[in-house]
Design a protein around this ligand. Structure first.
Ligand code: SF4
Ligand code: SF4
Ligand code: SF4
Length: 338
């Protein structure tokens, strides 16, 4: 089948962001289908004039030959559709091409998400898992962080600081709904975990979310409250660093049933790759009564009973700390990997 402008755009984004799971796109690939659904020919041609460096509407106009008014109109449309990410310095807006994830996928939440797009997102998860099981796979940029209140072997403040250190990297914060759970819900397969106001953005991504109506501004204190509320729900946090912005972070509160990042990085859930967490659970054999109360709590099935002893599988454990909530004997703790 000849290449369409949509496959060209998908290949172009892979090339710009050096996607480690890159294979040439064709019409069957999820992002090509998403682009075909959402973008006009003019949108695609304009998007291919952008790259991973922000440019102003004036620069875009001189690059494309459009009038400045038309350039602004097209760029704003690309931002609205989630193909372009914008940063803001004083009164000037800088536009760049967004990466697939975190980026275009996440930006779909505001206007682009319906059942058809939600299905393409699930297809994307399947596709990524097929890729990351290939021998040439690379490590992910996602890392889980233990839930604060569960840490004992690591001093409480160390865990708190782990999360806080990311929060402190920014001076602006936003909160948005959870894309992954929204997408599953659109398909009638929602998991019941909180969707509304749970994903945190920090730094330039927060400003982008606020200015484009994808999120609402919140204070640092409110960020901490959102995180604590999600911990109480048994969700675990993931820090996601967008590829195109050094000073932005997502702090997500995830479940393994829906989270795209978790479903593509957690061993034993969908695919088997090494955990990137720097934390791991540890069982104190002297305190453990062998009640098995922790086994079913583990979102990645990392706990098992082996010859009458509870064992943590180190290649599966993501150090989320959820099991510590379920151990009434305080026999499980979270430690930093050696
Ligand atoms: S990464 Fe986690 S919190 Fe963020 S959108 Fe996905 S499931 Fe929701
Ligand atoms: S054993 Fe399971 S629940 Fe406990 S920290 Fe590891 S991944 Fe989380
Ligand atoms: S819940 Fe605690 S005491 Fe019970 S098996 Fe697990 S670690 Fe041991």
């Amino acid at each position: 089948m000849p290449m369409s402008i949509y496959t060209e755009l998908a290949d172009y984004i892979d090339q710009i962001y050096e996607n480690p799971y890159r294979i040439p796109h064709d019409e069957s690939r999820p992002f090509v289908k998403i682009f075909r659904r959402l973008l006009s020919e003019e949108d695609v041609k304009a998007a291919m004039k952008l790259d991973d460096h922000g440019i102003t509407a004036v620069e875009f106009a001189s690059k494309t030959g459009f009038s400045q008014v038309k350039a602004e109109k097209i760029l704003d449309r690309l931002v609205k559709k989630g193909i372009s990410f914008a940063t803001y310095k004083k009164d000037v807006t800088f536009y760049q091409l967004a990466p697939f994830c975190s980026g275009i996928l996440d930006f779909l939440l505001k206007d682009g998400l319906d059942a058809e797009i939600a299905q393409y997102i699930q297809d994307y998860v399947d596709e990524i898992n097929e890729f990351i099981n290939r021998p040439e796979r690379k490590k992910t940029a996602v890392r889980s962080v233990p839930i604060n209140v569960s840490v004992s072997a690591v001093p409480y403040h160390a865990s708190f600081n782990e999360v806080l250190s990311y929060i402190e990297k920014g001076s602006i914060y936003s909160v948005s709904d959870c894309l992954c759970r929204s997408a599953k819900e659109k398909l009638g397969r929602g998991c019941g975990h909180t969707i509304k106001d749970i994903c945190i953005q920090i730094g330039p991504y927060a400003e982008f979310y606020i200015r484009t109506g994808r999120g609402r501004p919140i204070s640092r204190q409110e960020v901490i409250e959102v995180l604590k509320k999600s911990e109480a729900e048994g969700l675990f946090h993931e820090i996601v660093k967008p590829q195109n912005n050094e000073s932005s972070y997502f702090v997500c509160s995830c479940c393994t049933c829906c989270c795209i990042a978790a479903r593509t990085v957690i061993p034993g859930v969908v695919s088997r790759i090494e955990s990137t967490s720097i934390y791991i659970a540890q069982v104190d054999a002297d305190k453990c009564t062998g009640c098995c109360g922790c086994i079913d709590s583990c979102p990645v099935s990392a706990i098992d009973m082996e010859t009458s002893r509870i064992a943590i599988n180190p290649s599966r454990c993501i150090g989320c700390g959820i099991c510590t909530f379920f151990c009434t004997s305080q026999a499980v703790s979270i430690i930093k990997k050696g």
